[in-house]
Design a protein around this ligand. Sequence first.
Ligand code: SAM
Length: 340
Amino acid sequence: MNKMATKLPPLPSISEIVRMYKLKARKQLSQNFLLDMNLTKKIVKAAGNISDGYVCEIGPGPGGISRSILEKDVRGLAVIEKDKRFIPSLQMLGDAGGGKMKIYHGDILQYDMDDVFPSEIKNKWEDEPPNLHLIGNLPFNVSTPLIIKLLHAISERRGPWKHGRVNLTLTFQEEVGYRMSVPPGDKERCRLSVMCQHLCHVDTKFIIPGSAFVPAPKVNVAVVTFNPLKKPLISQPFKLVEKVARHTFHYKQKMVRKGIETLFPPDMPELTAKMFELSEVNPNLKPINLTNEEIGRLCHVYNYICEQHPYILSYDYRSPQMKDFVRKARQIEMDKIEQQ
Ligand code: SAM
């Protein structure tokens, strides 16, 4: 049952806090504040029923969303903020929240979030998600590397995901949010679509117009939820899936064969042929038309090829030293075969 909202002691409004603490937005930290508490409440509502739960918020800034989280009568709130100018106003909010708030000053990209939730709250991965939530109005400049980092942790059940299938509610530029949930056949399909969808159910909840933020960015903002799947669509290591997905979409306007070729040294065309033969994927399709399942099959065959020729896994067609590296590795492989 949903609890009534908790009333915090009277506090200055978020606009007053911005003014009092002279918190002018910094462009290099992609700071766009939400001062409208109806919108901060709407974001928190998108996370589901968080009452009695624990929340970790990324980039609280002046604390609008944090305040809406505390009003939901959570047991604990951990916030991670890079800009130390916000710490005093967050401390004031923490005091008003009765000591439920932990403030971490640091860079989310460097932080493994191992200790943001109490260790005793844990559900089995296959069970219902625990009452633990990640929420954030993210800085645009870190949103894509951050979601890749978080998906990596989800795939290895690390950090917050050692507690079970913790849900995320995050903001992105509208077009980035769209790419994350887009189905095959759409021209916006890309590596990010595959990486998100193979690990999570992704849902764009609503769009906030750019004009609602202070200062207003030139783009609209999507509020996106991610619910980790019980079983990933592609059961291969994160880095391998990421590499195959990246190369699949390498030449987005051309046939998928062109991108897959770049996974292998140019003098080993038989490996590209093997990828399509064993995966039963049509090499003449455009990358955007491949289903997640087909990309999964390409990943399985790539893994099989890498087991046969381990040096292929570290092959990077852009690296000038690679030709030499592959030549030597192949020679060692041939010598071994001859000795058998
Ligand atoms: N949550 C606030 C709101 O909705 O008004 C602020 C949102 S603002 C778009 C992004 C926030 O993330 C800023 O407070 C910024 O300082 C913080 N931030 C930027 N880069 C960060 C990073 N690498 N790690 C943690 N926080 C970061």
